[in-house]
Ligand binder design. Sequence first.
Ligand code: ZN
Length: 496
Amino acid sequence: MILFWLVFLIGQHVADPRYHTGEQIRAFFDSVATQRPDLFVLDTIGVTDRLGLPILALKISDHPTEEEPEPRILLTAIHHAEEVLGAEVLWALVDTVFRAYDTDPEIRDWVDRLEVFVVPEVNPDGHWVVTSLQDTSWRKNLRDNDGDGAMDLEDRSDGVDLNRNYDFHWQGGNPDPASSYYRGPSPFSEPETRAIRDLTLRERFSAAVHYHSPAISMGEIVYTPYPGAPDFPYFLSLAIQFAGHLPKVQGTGTYAVLYGEYDVGNARNWQYAAVGTYALNVEIGSYLVQPPPESVDVFVNTQLEGLFFLLHRVARGPGLSIQAIDDHLGCPIPVQVEILEIDTLAPVPGPRISSEDEAFFVHRILTPGSYTVVVSDLGQSYFPETLHVEIGDTLVSLRVPMRAHQTLTLWTMPLGQRLEVRYYTPLAGQAEFLLFDVAGRLRGSWQAKVRRGWNRLLYPLPAPLPDAVYILRVSQKNRPVHQTFATPFVKIGGVR
Ligand SMILES: [Zn+2]
């Protein structure tokens, strides 16, 4: 009975106004994005199945509407509904940027150099259960496991533990729907984990911090991805530096670093294995998952100091940034970047792939040393470049010119009166194809929408062309480049 009352009283702390509800968080994020569109862009990355609540991601950067070649970092809270302190840390982070960007050069420095994505509530439905005091120790989302349409809060038979629903050793998670650790019916069965998955695959984060609190386990810990990972020495080094800036609130010293469970379908291990993110969990606090309101500031301020250190560390290096550019056109092209000393040690996560936007950017957090870096384009149309890079105490940013070995091929189809054109372009847009004979006379012209990568285009010839040698010219007008390619001489005719 005493234990029951203790838990009850602790749980009621979340009713204090010092703890924000999801509604307040969403209103606050919306308000900063409206007031400072030069610093924040608010996006809805998913919607929950049960209550239809938005899962928000707030991007913090200078020029936040642009995709810049800057390291991307993900910060999340409330994978687990009752672990509410993380949302207070992220609220304080956003509030600090909002108030101090114009006056504090240290804040401005990392905001300008990074693209930081803040997801304050991965689990808005569960967070609502906790903050509306339906059940202040609720952990899961609200998936209707038994399909009865009711929210089965009392026996906890509904809901999925979102940090067991990722597709990395998902089978190792708990298969019992009534468990607070239920892994869900399949990997990524939940809209909440799909939202984090899709954002991760799009942005290819260099680092992530997922804020948790210890409901029953040990606290004041930074967890890394799995041991034996090829990047283990690098993310371990980052985690140790980060933890060294997180003094324990209870007791002395700083946060410990462990790798924790890695075979139960959790977010940090999936993110590392999928795209190479140095994803860390922080377990805030030591035993009270919702400490008394007057102590919240102590936890939040401690975490903010550590987080500022981490952001500065990623922004300033040591590390390596690469943007590959077409040596003729000057535009970025999609590439993979392989560091031979690290990435050849295991098939997963393998070389890093550039972000899926116009920046085509790859960033690695490293420690000082010598590295052999191979940059190869994803369309296999450029010669790979091998670089020997010395990393010291700073971020090394390289623009790597890549030379195309083939951009255009042309040949006739059987019967000789249709052209098949294969055309590679690093930019989507409108292209004009002009066919000349060797005397410079125009013998045919076509317009086509082309997509990034290889395009296969078929054209009927305007009139039967004699067997001869021709030149095909392609013009593509795109901001900011205007490209023109010409084939070497092309022979038409004689095709079997
Ligand atoms: Zn947790």
